[in-house]
Design a protein around this ligand. Structure first.
Ligand code: NCD
Length: 354
């Protein structure tokens, strides 16, 4: 474990140690107030964020460390045309850890190639968001005891919702989990994620409404429609307001079902659900801060290693995803079909370069 691009980068043992540490911090936070004294977190947010940004900063401060960085790329040298490579090269010579959110898919992986300190992916476009998955897993494990033997509904924007993609990747390691994918046609799970479910024998069923499956579910993972990733405003307007959870609907759900949401919520969960004890999304956000404390503490103990510029593969192929980091950072190592024809940065299919 060095860079956290996807939570599935962690072995079972590494994740179980991280979860144990998270629990210890939740139960005895006063024991960790100096655990990262003298350490500096470089926090690079190229995209808006409230919870992820603030919870990482708070996590570092609660460990006695400090934070430098930006939450608006307009105030960094990116606005002057600096490459991601140069920014990461610099920041990794100032800070002990880097957390980065970027709208380009595969950006965290690209950054990790040029960093001498651990890089944590805080969201790369619609691709992955591993520390949200850590947050989700801590919530499910603490409140349910286990992530095995459950029926989980994932509802809303399954196309652009990176939290859903990351969570599905990680749940692959649990047993007897059934997935209900609840989304309108325009926001269905991307085909590369469906392939992932099939390849890993993860039973799934695509359904068109919450009502169809609600009484079956043990966990309902709600998401908002990602307005900022829509190409057309009209397309967004047509879908906003669909797939809403209300107190009325909750009457048909199991007594111990958990409602999770990575937040921010727009109107997909009505305000009248908030007082229901099964609605755990605000507790979830707090667990996220403790999970991030455990992650920062664990990674901060790793030694500084000068970045080696690795070759990712052979020439002659390009990524088919126009949002991929390889489309803007043209110096990145060439792509190969090694990973089963998938882009090693963003997982989209590779195609022959002209
Ligand atoms: C999510 C994100 O940024 O992907 N928010 C978060 O990190 N808690 C979900 C979202 O923006 O809808």
């Amino acid at each position: 474990m060095r860079h956290i691009i996807d939570l599935s980068d962690l072995t079972e043992k590494e994740f179980s140690d991280l979860y144990k540490l998270t629990n210890n911090i939740i139960d005895r936070p006063e024991g960790y107030t100096d655990a990262c004294r003298g350490k500096v977190l470089g926090s690079l947010f190229y995209e808006p964020s409230t919870r992820t940004n603030l919870s990482f900063s708070t996590a570092m401060m609660r460990l006695g460390g400090s934070v430098v960085g930006f939450s608006d790329p307009g105030s960094s040298s990116t606005a002057k045309g600096e490459t991601l490579k140069d920014t990461i090269n610099m920041v990794s010579s100032y800070a002990d850890l880097i957390v980065m959110r970027n709208p380009r898919e595969g950006a965290a992986k690209a950054a990790s190639l040029y960093s001498s300190v651990p890089v944590i992916n805080a969201g790369d476009g619609g691709h992955l968001h591993p520390t949200q998955t850590l947050t989700d897993m801590v919530t499910i494990l603490r409140l349910r005891g286990s992530a095995d033997n459950m029926k989980i509904g994932l509802c809303g924007d399954l196309k652009y919702g990176r939290t859903v993609h990351s969570l599905l990747h990680f749940l692959e390691r649990y047993h007897n989990v059934e997935f209900y994918l609840i989304a309108p046609d325009a926001l269905k799970l991307p085909s590369y994620m469906i392939t992932f479910l099939k390849e890993h024998n993860m039973p799934y069923c695509e359904v068109g409404s919450i009502d169809a499956v609600l009484p079956e579910l043990d966990v309902l993972y709600m998401t908002r429609i990602q307005r900022e990733r829509f190409v057309s405003a009209q397309e967004y307007a047509n879908l906003e307001g669909n797939y809403q959870l209300t107190a009325e609907k909750m009457r048909r759900a199991k007594k111990d079902m958990l409602v999770l949401h990575p937040l921010p919520r727009v109107d997909e969960i009505a305000q009248d659900v908030d007082d229901d004890p099964r609605a755990v999304y605000f507790r979830q956000a707090r667990f996220g801060m403790f999970g991030r404390m455990a992650l920062l503490l664990t990674l901060s103990k790793l030694p500084f290693v000068r970045a080696v510029h690795q070759e990712i593969g052979a020439r002659g192929l390009r990524c088919s995803n126009h949002k991929c980091i390889t489309k803007t950072e043209l110096y990145l190592p060439p792509l190969s079909g090694m990973a089963g024809g998938r882009c090693p940065y963003c997982d989209a299919p590779l195609e022959k370069a002209e």
